[in-house]
Design a protein around this ligand. Structure first.
Ligand code: P1T
Length: 386
């Protein structure tokens, strides 16, 4: 099956068994527990909903299928999925090489929880430069943790090259694929060991469910992470699983439209005299455009931009937009806009932010699936008052 067929059919076949209703979609199983006839009757694989739930299981199968993985696991949030991977694979004294420009919440989890409380060592490196990764590796390095494209600077890392370096050193590669979704990038095919998503973004796509996912091929890594999913208990609820299953059915169409709109807006902004800088991997002027074409099949719906002038002008621009809500998060059908330094990345120490290029006036845009002409007209009008 190809992507859009899998996104609709995997795990969701009408049930024609005697007495079954023949639903064409997966049912929502809210039961916390599943009965057996007698103590020693085998169960149908479900005993208690934290360990396994039929709706979550259907979602986990679909998540694996769309990411071209053997196994999928659904967690209560993207950060719960990250916590599950870290708890399953690391112990005190282990070392992780991580992309320097990660989502602010991921950095907070690494720095303030796993480093501070559990003695895990992190080196934040420019993973777009393989030499920087090699330099950061120590004999205790267990994981290389990559976000590509990064949040918010949309920096790309060469996943295949990183996987080669990791294999030479016996290190596991984790890729946070949230920004591309499985529709535009499949890191396991590029040699990564584990793929992670905040399903709160494109995978669900409607800004109405917080969730996270882990997809992978290696059975022993899967069992370790599944053990933590059950032991620590940060599972995705049945209702959220149902909502995400519904969202996935339109993922391919949404991603195509997000990317088409983002490209049109990026081109418009690049030509505008009040704009200082536009970062979008799909622009020919983007220094990583060739790498983008090599490892991604599209360029996504995120744009990062800086206007000429100061924060007052930037705030005026945002205030005058009608179709871009000033809000954290991304990947929903509606367009959003935010200032990473003041919002999503406020927990990153200022000196680290400035060093990376996350200035106070940097704007991140999550382009929705509205009409591109309306979005551009909205931006043009807001820029005219700056
Ligand atoms: O919010 P949650 O579902 O826990 O996912 C965390 C997360 C993980 N990885 C990436 C790349 C992310 O962007 C996020 C969440 N990001 C935002 C809320 C944001 O506005 O950037």
């Amino acid at each position: 099956m190809n992507f859009s067929t899998k996104s609709i059919h995997t795990g969701e076949k009408p049930d024609f068994r005697e007495g079954a209703s023949g639903d064409v979609i997966a049912s929502l199983h809210l039961s916390t527990t599943f009965a057996r006839k007698e103590v020693d009757t085998p169960t149908a694989g479900f005993e208690y909903s934290r360990s396994a739930n039929p709706t979550r299981k259907t979602l986990e199968q679909k998540l694996a299928a769309i990411e071209k993985a053997e196994f999928g696991l659904a967690f209560a949030s993207g950060l719960a999925a990250e916590t599950g991977v870290l708890m399953a694979l690391l112990k005190t004294g282990d070392h992780v090489v991580a992309t320097d420009d990660l989502y602010g919440g991921t950095q907070r989890l690494f720095r303030k929880v796993f480093a501070t409380n559990y003695g895990i060592d992190f080196s934040f490196a420019d993973t777009s430069k393989p030499a920087d990764i090699k330099n950061a590796i120590t004999e205790n390095t267990k994981l290389i943790w990559v976000e590509s494209p990064t949040n918010p600077l949309l920096k790309l890392s060469d996943i295949a090259k990183i996987a080669t370096i990791a294999k030479q050193n016996g290190i596991i590669v984790v890729v946070d694929n949230t920004f591309m979704s499985p529709f535009f990038q499949n890191p396991l095919e590029l040699g990564a060991d584990i793929v992670l998503h905040s399903t709160s973004k494109y995978i669900n796509g409607h800004s109405d469910s917080i969730g996270g996912a882990v997809m992978l091929n290696d059975k022993s890594l899967f069992e370790k992470i599944q053990f933590i999913q059950n032991s620590a208990g940060a599972i995705l609820s049945p209702f959220d699983s149902y909502i995400v299953l519904r969202g996935i059915k339109t993922l391919s169409m949404r991603m195509e439209k997000h990317a088409e709109n983002a490209y049109a807006i990026a081109e418009f902004l690049e030509r505008h005299p009040k704009v200082k800088k536009v970062i979008y991997p799909g622009l020919k002027s983007n220094p990583q455009h060739e790498l983008a074409k090599k490892q991604m099949s599209g360029f996504g719906g995120m744009i990062t931009v800086e206007l000429k002038g100061d924060l007052t002008g930037t705030e005026k621009f945002i205030k005058n937009l009608h179709y871009f809500s000033l809000a954290e998060s991304l990947g929903g059908v509606e367009s959003l806009i935010e200032l990473p330094a003041l919002m999503t990345h406020a927990s990153v120490p200022r000196k680290d932010r400035i060093k990376l290029g996350i200035t106070d006036t940097l704007i991140r845009i999550s382009v929705g699936v509205e009409d591109a002409g309306d979005l551009i007209n909205d931006m043009e009008a807001a820029l005219s008052v700056v």
